[in-house]
Ligand binder design. Structure first.
Ligand code: 13P
Length: 248
């Protein structure tokens, strides 16, 4: 059986003080739920949040990682640096990075590879735009996004990776994919991986992201190929994030 995983993506929100309060609130409400849980925080809050959660089951993550190991790359943060802070997960290829900051399938693959080189689990974010969905290109788009990584790292790299399916049209819009719409793509992704390696396909966690909220999480998480969620807006409030976590 695959373990479930719920990840909060705080994006560019909060202050140091609010991040400390939020992480304290989450830790306090973890209860006996054995599902995995993590928060992807802004880099500058890694130390503060890391200190709060260090003895808890709440894992630390970030929202991006450099595509190079070190050197003259002003403004970038390397996987080695993140490792020093006990960072367990790094999102790579979030649609906001792809659409606003020029991330390409190739640079995302390099970020994925850099994270793994430092034992950070990459959470590869993939998904189609509304236009691509309307043109029936959803499967082609996610296939290409996955292939770009496999071409660089090989399929075995997915032994220690997570995939997050985030339809771009559902991110921050309040429009969630229906349980069936999400399941259809998750199943496709798992089958696509299975064609390359059945063992990896059976064990890889595939998360859903895009306007997941306390009131729709249960239905999504009940789908056979949805192993948890990548939560944006609703992860900024401890109570709503915990409600989502406990609906797994
Ligand atoms: P929302 O949950 O705010 O739609 O964001 C989803 C997301 O982008 C998580 O990475």
């Amino acid at each position: 059986m695959r373990q479930s995983l719920v990840v909060g993506n705080w994006k560019m929100n909060g202050t140091r003080a609010s991040s400390i309060l939020l992480s304290q609130g989450i830790v306090a409400g973890l209860g006996s739920n054995s599902a995995q849980i993590a928060v992807c925080v802004p880099y500058v809050f890694l130390a503060s949040v890391g200190e709060i959660i260090k003895d808890s089951r709440l894992a630390l993550g970030v929202q991006n990682v450099a595509d190079k190991p070190a050197g003259a790359f002003t403004g970038e943060i390397s996987a080695t640096m993140l490792n020093e802070f006990g960072c367990k997960y790094a999102l790579v290829g979030h649609s906001e990075r792809r659409s606003y900051y020029g991330d390409t399938n190739e640079s995302v693959a390099a970020r994925f590879s850099q994270a793994q080189a430092e034992n950070i689990v990459p959470i590869l974010c993939i998904g189609e735009t509304l236009e691509q969905r309307e043109q029936n290109q959803t499967f082609d788009v996610v296939n290409e996004q996955i292939d770009a990584v496999i071409n660089l790292t090989g399929i075995q790299a997915f032994n220690s990776a997570v995939i997050a399916y985030e339809p771009v049209w559902a991110i921050g819009t309040g429009k969630t994919a229906s349980d069936e719409q999400a399941q259809e793509v998750h199943q496709h992704i798992r089958q696509y991986i299975a064609a390359k390696d059945q063992v990896i396909a059976d064990k890889i966690q595939i998360l859903y992201g895009g306007s997941a909220k306390p009131d729709n999480a249960k239905g999504l998480f009940a789908m056979p190929d949805i192993d948890g969620g990548l939560i944006g807006g609703a992860s900024l409030d401890a109570e709503s994030f915990l409600k989502i976590y406990h609906s797994i």
